[in-house]
Write a protein that binds this ligand. Structure first.
Ligand SMILES: Cc1cc2nc3c(=O)[nH]c(=O)nc-3n(C[C@H](O)[C@H](O)[C@H](O)COP(=O)(O)OP(=O)(O)OC[C@H]3O[C@@H](n4cnc5c(N)ncnc54)[C@H](O)[C@@H]3O)c2cc1C
Length: 562
């Protein structure tokens, strides 16, 4: 049985940064990932990472932009920490070997991003996540004496002792299907977001909300689950992302009449208003008949000098050519808002501790909450790194004070029985893919940019029905080697749990704030709703709602205009 001071589930940026910090603090670390670490979804991050590093910029300005971007739902103590620690984190990466862009004078160069009052996004062309992930992975290999990597291992369940403390997890080796208990003094969930709950999404097929559901199932509180970000520039058919870096470099948004419509919605920041504002503006243009027949508006990257596009945005030149048949250096490309990110997740404090003793969370799976109602572009990579590091540090420190807990070995037999039960299902149930497709379509119709009570009720009803159907969904593969059928069945269960918490939280919040726009409650209501919605599971497998206060340190809520 593998036993470690710190078990980290997930090897994206949050997990790898946590592993590095824990190893440097002297802990023995296991890092588990269902895919090879450098295939974690962080590899897709394109546009960059925010930090107030220029002498003319200040961390306070970054923090205020983040608070305003969050529509005042972000916790300001956590935001202050993130923005204060950002410059050191970026310099640390640079010293490790991340080749951030440099300007003509040889200094680190920035690009503008949405909702920011200064250009403070540091980047590596439009492959920033790729560049950072590979450098961190090299560091993990360098620390091989302290860090054991379990690549292509899938965590199925978190484990608790009799006192309710998290003492590790059960993981399945995908290569041969065998299950093992991973014993740990502390466990950090760093397993990413849940984009696949929606269809289409900018997120890859592996982003299925496993960690949110696993923590929820053992009683951890979730927070801000209603806050799901729709990114303004995604391709219509497949949801592929056109990075905000394009607008940062000067691209315009146009409706089908050729009007630069952001002049109406955000006269000061235009295309660089925050994402919730731009996505709503686009959806309004489309809904009111000023979009294209394919339900899109256009992004005009020809406003950016061609040479600069080819140098700084080469990945989206490829995406435009390969997935839309458009040369974005010569003609506008059709885009629309698409699911991209969840601001909510497992509720944590600023050291990553969740409401379950021994369990930490960091990265997109977690909700600290630094993003509140709406995340600013390029603040997620920062969140993964700052709070990944803080979680790794804290978990290692806590582990130093503990003896290795004993883990109930019988739990493997339970997990084996569950998997055998999935394999024994007859083929008469609906296909897993069909259920997942319906879930994604329902969420994209009713729990998207605009929401109302009627649509949310339909979504909730559909999710409950799909949960029933999922428990009978048939699988074809009875083997043990890379059985993706079994994994898909387990992931579908996670996605449905996560979907239900999103819908219930969106039903609860009867106001409009950040990414939650209720057409039946179109105003922000600070009197009643300047608070977080927390979700936990009650005994009957139904989400239970409670509230927690928003931490305000120095910025009182104001009207939010761009
Ligand atoms: C296309 C795209 C572009 C983006 N661009 C930017 C950007 O420019 N700037 C920015 O700030 N943000 C950006 N984001 C957001 C940002 O990339 C993500 O929020 C962030 O990278 C998430 O990192 P993470 O470490 O939390 O999770 P991930 O990188 O998703 O890693 C999750 C890890 O958990 C593992 N895992 C999951 N479930 C299990 C399980 N059951 N068992 C074992 N392992 C498991 C996975 O294998 C993986 O290793 C972008 C997002 C997308 C989709």
């Amino acid at each position: 049985m593998p036993s470690h001071d710190v078990l980290i589930i997930g090897a994206g940026l949050a997990g790898q940064r946590a592993a590095l910090a824990a190893a440097q603090a002297g802990a023995s670390v296991a890092i588990v990932s269902k895919v090879h670490p450098v295939r974690s979804h962080s590899v897709a991050a394109a546009g960059g990472i925010n930090a107030a590093l220029n002498p003319e910029d200040t961390w306070e300005s970054h923090a205020f932009d983040t608070v305003k971007g969050s529509d005042y739902l972000g916790d300001q103590d956590a935001i202050e920490i993130m923005c204060r620690e950002a410059p050191d984190e970026v310099l640390y990466l640079e010293h490790l070997g991340v080749t951030f862009h440099r300007n003509e004078s040889g200094h680190l160069g920035t690009r503008a991003f949405g909702g920011a009052s200064a250009a403070r996004t540091y980047y590596v062309a439009d492959i920033t996540g790729h560049a950072i992930l590979h450098v961190l992975y090299e560091q993990l290999m360098k620390h091989h004496e302290r860090v054991d990597r379990y690549e292509e291992w899938f965590t199925t369940d978190l484990l608790q002792d009799d006192a309710g403390r998290c003492v590790g997890a059960i993981c399945r080796n995908l290569r041969d299907g065998h299950l093992e208990i991973f014993n740990a003094k502390t466990t950090i969930h760093a397993s990413g977001g849940c984009g696949q709950v929606y269809e289409p999404t900018t997120n890859g097929l592996i982003v299925t909300g496993d960690g949110i559901a696993q923590a929820y199932r053992i009683g951890a509180r979730l927070m801000d689950m209603e806050m799901v970000q729709y990114h303004p520039t995604t391709l219509a058919g497949n949801g592929l992302l056109i990075t905000e870096g394009a607008r940062g470099e000067g691209a315009w948004l146009l409706n089908a009449k050729g009007e630069r419509f952001m002049e109406k919605y955000a006269p000061n920041k235009l295309e660089l208003a925050s994402r919730d504002v731009v996505s709503r503006a686009e959806q309004t243009e489309i809904d009111e008949g000023r979009g294209y027949p394919d339900g899109t508006v256009a992004l005009d990257v020809t406003k950016v000098p061609r040479r600069r596009t080819l140098e700084a945005l080469r990945e989206i030149v490829n995406i435009g050519r390969d997935f839309a048949g458009v040369d974005i250096t010569r003609e506008p490309i059709h885009i629309r808002p698409g699911q991209h990110y969840i601001m909510g997740g497992i509720k944590t404090d600023v050291d990553g501790q969740t409401t379950i003793p021994g369990l930490y969370a960091a990265g997109e799976v977690a909700c600290v909450s630094v993003h509140g109602g709406n995340r600013l572009g390029a603040n997620s990579l920062l969140d993964t790194l700052v709070f990944g590091r803080r979680s790794g540090d804290h978990a290692a420190g806590r582990a130093r004070e503990m003896t290795m807990p004993s883990t109930p070995a019988a739990r493997v037999a339970d997990a084996e029985r569950e998997i055998a039960g999935i394999m024994r299902r007859d083929g008469r149930g609906r296909r897993i893919g069909a259920i997942k497709h319906e879930l994604g379509a329902v969420m994209n119709e009713y729990v998207a940019v605009f929401r109302d009570a009627d649509g949310l009720a339909k979504a909730h009803e559909a999710v409950r029905r799909l949960k029933e159907e999922a428990s009978r969904a048939g699988i074809d593969d009875q083997g043990s080697v890379f059985n993706q059928d079994v994994i898909a069945a387990i992931e579908l269960g996670y996605m449905l749990d996560v979907a239900e918490t999103i819908v219930v939280a969106a039903q609860e919040r009867t106001e409009s704030r950040g990414a939650q726009f209720r057409t039946d409650f179109p105003k922000r209501d600070d009197g009643q709703w300047l608070k977080h919605i927390d979700i936990s599971v009650n005994g009957a497998d139904v989400p239970l709602v409670s509230y927690s206060p928003v931490t305000i340190t120095r910025w009182q809520p104001e009207e939010r205009t761009y």
